[in-house]
Design a binder for this molecule. Structure first.
Ligand code: ADP
Ligand code: ZN
Length: 217
């Protein structure tokens, strides 16, 4: 069973790999960041609560995030596998997943962690462009779309995220080191952790991840 947690610092390339994993293994791609951005775009209650936090680079409170993910994972399309991208991001979120996963028949089975040094992340972030329609991500320097400003997958118009500015990014990065990086030890302890170096090309990284997933499906 492929019940995957995709981990890594902001800008590591989780979105890029998630899109490829989704297309190759047909798993529902559950990105908490995308869910929050959709809520913001739709002006829902959740969106109103999350907007300022996200744009400044902070973390949405655990209770809100955990509730959202629990509801999403319980849906039928997650019964034969899922790809969690951006959750868990804190120890309480990881502990909640360890508890609720088995309860709803969705225990996480594999953690795919992509690591990239901070200097490289800072370089990448200004070039990042994303497709709000399908969630694909690009980098104008290293992973450009075939046609400038247009999504290869769905022809959507690419945008630069509001939180991809220097100030929000440095907060996201320090939150990552303080709150998310400790999950590496947590998942090593559960025996489901697999680390990858995210500084190779997106294609070679995908080949490595694919081999792991094929061996575990
Ligand atoms: P990135 O990995 O590039 O930082 P995401 O799209 O995963 O971007 O997340 C964007 C923002 O959404 C985060 O900076 C945070 O504000 C919020 N967010 C996403 N996932 C979580 C989470 N699990 N817990 C708290 N906040 C989250
Ligand atoms: Zn798209």
């Amino acid at each position: 069973m492929l019940n995957i947690i995709l981990m890594g610092p902001p800008g590591a390339g989780k979105g890029t790999q998630a899109t490829r994993i989704e297309d190759e293994f047909h798993l529902p791609h559950i990105s908490t960041g995308d869910m929050f951005r959709e809520a913001i775009a739709n002006g829902t209650e959740l969106g109103k609560k999350a907007k300022a936090i996200i744009e400044s680079g902070g973390l949405v409170p655990d209770e809100i995030t955990i509730g959202l993910v629990k509801e999403r994972l319980a849906k039928e399309d997650c019964a034969s596998g899922y790809l969690l991208d951006g959750f868990p991001r804190t120890l309480p979120q990881a502990e909640a997943l360890t508890e609720m996963g088995p309860e709803i028949g969705r225990p996480a089975t594999l953690v795919v962690d992509i690591s990239v040094p901070d200097e490289e992340l800072i370089k990448r972030i200004s070039g990042r462009r994303v497709c709000p329609s399908c969630g694909a991500s690009y980098n104008i320097h290293s992973v450009p779309p075939k046609e400038e400003g247009v999504c290869d997958r769905c022809s959507g118009k690419l945008i630069q995220r509001k939180d991809d500015n220097e100030e929000s990014f440095s907060l996201r990065l320090s939150n990552y080191h303080q709150q998310t990086a400790p999950l590496i030890e947590y998942y090593k302890g559960q025996g489901i952790y697999h680390g990858f170096l995210g500084t190779v090309s997106p294609d070679s990284l995908f080949e490595e991840i694919k081999a792991l997933l094929e061996a575990n499906r």
